[in-house]
Design a protein around this ligand. Structure first.
Ligand SMILES: Nc1ncnc2c1ncn2[C@@H]1O[C@H](COP(=O)(O)OP(=O)(O)OP(=O)(O)O)[C@@H](O)[C@H]1O
Length: 484
């Protein structure tokens, strides 16, 4: 069994998509050079091996992409192919699929007519990022399956119900250059001990990136401990982070309790919403970062900890430093390797990719088969602002897949808050897009806060809206909302 035999259907759907988008035939080969999928001419060749000495076999060996535009003359690429004389291909592009650096397959694009060859000559360079992305999606799919099997990465969360699945860089979808640069930088520092500070709005993938850094590092079998500094009440945060000795305060456990830094010993601690850490605790955090030692609350001993720190925040720390609400020395200590994730509205070119990705994921998960979105809907969703970023888009797709009755999703399946019918009422408004989106967001939150079925439970509301509790509080503060 090869890597690809586990995901044949998935691979065929990608071959179909590439073929549709480029208007050319596509074939995908596994690591043994067997065609696992194909369109047009190649459909009948599925299951058969590519000829020995052929161009695609060379790509499997070298792991490098390549293109040829005249088979007969390309002695180096096709010279050893025993079908060279019969070959009808006028142009061919081959792109490798890797799994953790190993070449496990090839995506091939073929032109048979002079027009197709011309098109490939002109556009092949532009297609490379698209092929790179498709290749990453296949890798991601393979890793996801591995992850389900292995559950190898030791991710621990403060919330027991939270995900414990390992995360790899290949799971970070997106072809936009800025995102690829951030991922490339993150890859460089996986095994460094330097502190990473991830910035970005809610739902842009800060936590996912932090987990990927941990899971791809040499520390992956040690704990990844996530702490949301905004979700823990100020009075408890110190003992949560640094632990306490027995009898340190009324109600404390007799035997004491280790803090998150101790629990993350030899692994990684993820300090989410680090900008919300109270000023009073900042000196203590700075000391831990500098000296790698922890003093439990009420304790006398100093404990050494070997912890990689990854911090994240949506806050403007520079302004906070200027205003005196965040210590400058701590800011510099945290901001050693800064990584910034852009909001989705600043990389709209990736929206269609995310739609496709989540459509496939939820279509499979909810056993709805192969689904697609009406073309006009994709246009509209691309134009939407996505204030909740990728998380919001993922939830919207999950909703739509649940609602889907046929294989094509249209306006009727949109979640209520995304219904574009309001366009008419807001058309001509002079509010501007940002304000209109904010107005939408405010009204959604207001509706949830007023709904009787949530009682006083803001955590349930945050959960339902798939945002963190701290994000909910922040947004409530922003819009001046209180539970109605
Ligand atoms: N590049 C990406 N590719 C695929 N999925 C992504 C990507 N970025 C984020 N997601 C998905 O979006 C959701 C939100 O991601 P994540 O929790 O990492 O965001 P965050 O920035 O930490 O949000 P918050 O600040 O609200 O905690 C998750 O379901 C995650 O899997």
């Amino acid at each position: 069994m090869t890597e690809f035999s586990r995901i044949e259907e998935f691979i065929q759907s990608y071959a179909d998509n590439i073929s549709k988008v480029l208007g050319l035939d596509v074939t995908i080969l596994d690591e043994q050079g067997i065609r696992v999928s194909g369109t047009g001419y190649y459909q009948d060749l599925i299951g058969l091996p590519a000829p020995e000495g052929s161009f695609f076999r060379m790509i499997l060996q070298t792991g490098q992409p390549g293109m040829i535009f005249d088979m007969k003359k390309n002695e180096s690429e096709c010279g050893n192919c025993k079908f060279l004389q019969q070959c009808r291909e006028l142009a061919t592009i081959g792109f490798p699929v890797h799994k953790r650096e190993k070449t496990v397959g090839v995506i091939g694009i073929i032109g048979f007519s002079p027009e197709q060859k011309e098109k490939m000559l002109h556009h092949s360079e532009k297609w490379m990022p698209f092929l790179q992305h498709t290749s990453s999606l296949i890798e991601h799919k393979l890793l996801e399956l591995d992850a389900e099997r292995e559950k190898s990465c030791n991710i621990q969360e403060e919330m027991p119900q939270a995900s414990v699945h390992p995360v790899y860089f290949a799971q970070l979808i997106g072809a936009e250059t800025g995102l690829r640069d951030v991922i490339a930088k993150a890859k460089k520092v996986t095994n460094s001990i330097s502190t990473v500070l991830i910035r970005g709005e809610s739902g842009t993938g800060k936590e996912l990136l932090a987990k990927a850094i941990h899971c791809e590092s040499a520390r992956s079998r040690q704990p990844f401990v996530a702490v949301n500094c905004a979700a823990i009440p100020e009075t408890l945060l110190e003992s949560e982070l640094f632990g306490y000795e027995g009898g340190a305060f009324t109600g404390s456990r007799r035997e004491g309790k280790p803090g998150k830094f101790e629990l993350a010993h030899k692994g990684t601690i993820f300090l989410d919403e680090v900008g919300d850490i109270p000023l009073s605790l900042q000196p203590k955090l700075l000391r831990v970062l500098q000296e790698k030692t922890v003093d439990r609350v009420g304790g006398v001993k100093t404990l050494g900890v070997d912890v990689r720190v990854i911090a994240a925040t949506h806050r403007d720390l520079e302004s906070m430093v200027r205003e005196g609400t965040f210590r400058e020395d701590l800011y510099y200590r945290l901001n050693v390797i800064p990584l910034r994730l852009k909001p989705l509205r600043e990389r709209t070119e990736d929206i269609a990719l995310y739609l496709q990705h989540f459509l496939y994921r939820y279509g499979t998960l909810l056993q709805k088969g192969k689904l697609e979105l009406e073309a006009q809907l994709v246009q509209r969703l691309r134009a939407y602002e996505w204030p909740g970023n990728i998380r919001q888009l993922e939830n919207a797709v999950e909703y739509m897949v649940n609602m889907a009755e046929g294989q094509v999703i249209g306006n009727e399946e949109l979640p209520e808050y995304l219904l574009f019918e309001d366009e008419s009422s807001t058309a001509g408004s002079d509010l501007g897009l940002e304000k209109l989106v904010a107005e939408y967001e405010r009204s959604i939150l207001q509706r949830y806060l007023n709904a009787g079925n949530y009682g006083q439970d803001k955590a349930a509301i945050a959960n339902e809206l798939r945002i963190s509790l701290s994000t909910l509080y922040r947004k409530m503060e922003k819009y001046g909302l209180e539970k109605g």
